[in-house]
Design a protein around this ligand. Structure first.
Ligand code: AMP
Length: 217
């Protein structure tokens, strides 16, 4: 099953993608996490991505498409996936259709809707685990012990691009470049929508209803 989660930065795609993938026993992948992993390993791709990410703008399409299609074509991911953060441009949407053309295409595409004011509030309070990438929100879902991940005890940090000066740029770039892609899918009737301002569990329920999946446990 190939599922795409769309939504602005801070809409909760990462949290929902991880939960959904666990429930369906498939993989979740986030283009942003793949870029951050390259940065930690200091690869050429990581260095290149950093120069865009720290400004809150998109990494060029050819680089992003190459990285994601390689991930999708990995035999370990043949059973399907939940994709978060891709596609974000028209060229990426087209590349995704091509990459999936001989393996059933996209089964479900869900848009998580959150207002700009709420995004700014969430991104300002977000911290991430350096080890497992799990996100927390210091206002609404803080860790049990300050600065430590509840699951793996890794150190929590604030992403450079969640700092106030970059957040507004990211939302602007999303509205300019990705909102038209979302509109295209919406008009084509391919998109389900869920209200992302509900509590995390209720978003998860709405999401599983939208894709017709039965969550276990
Ligand atoms: P995210 O973790 O999804 O918020 O992504 C963080 C940053 O990674 C974005 O602001 C972009 O600079 C870059 N990025 C992630 N996904 C993409 C994509 N599909 N296309 C271009 N840049 C991306």
């Amino acid at each position: 099953m190939n599922i795409i989660l769309m939504g602005p930065p801070g809409s909760g795609k990462g949290t929902q993608a991880a939960n959904l993938a666990t429930s369906l026993a498939i993989h979740a992948v986030s283009s942003g996490d793949l870029f951050r992993d390259h940065q930690r390993r200091n690869t050429d791709l990581g260095q290149l991505a950093r120069s865009y990410m720290e400004r809150g703008v998109y990494v060029p399409d050819d680089v992003t498409i190459g990285m994601i299609t390689e991930w999708i074509n990995d035999p370990d991911h043949a059973a399907g996936f939940v994709l978060d953060g891709f596609p974000r441009t028209q060229a990426q949407a087209q590349a995704l259709d091509e990459a999936l053309s001989d393996r059933g295409g996209i089964d479900h595409m869900v848009f998580i809707r959150v207002s700009d004011d709420e995004l700014v509030r969430r991104l300002g309070g977000r911290v991430i685990c350096t080890e497992c990438q799990r996100p927390y929100n210091l206002n609404s879902s803080p860790p049990a012990t300050a600065g430590k991940c509840d699951y793996c005890a890794g150190e929590l940090y604030q992403r450079d691009d969640d700092k106030a000066e970059v957040v507004s740029r990211r939302i602007e770039v999303y509205n300019q470049e990705t909102e038209p892609v979302v509109d295209y899918y919406r008009q084509a009737g391919s998109l389900s929508e869920v209200d992302g301002e509900q509590p995390v569990d209720e978003v998860a329920t709405a999401l599983s209803e939208a894709i017709g999946a039965r969550l276990v446990g």
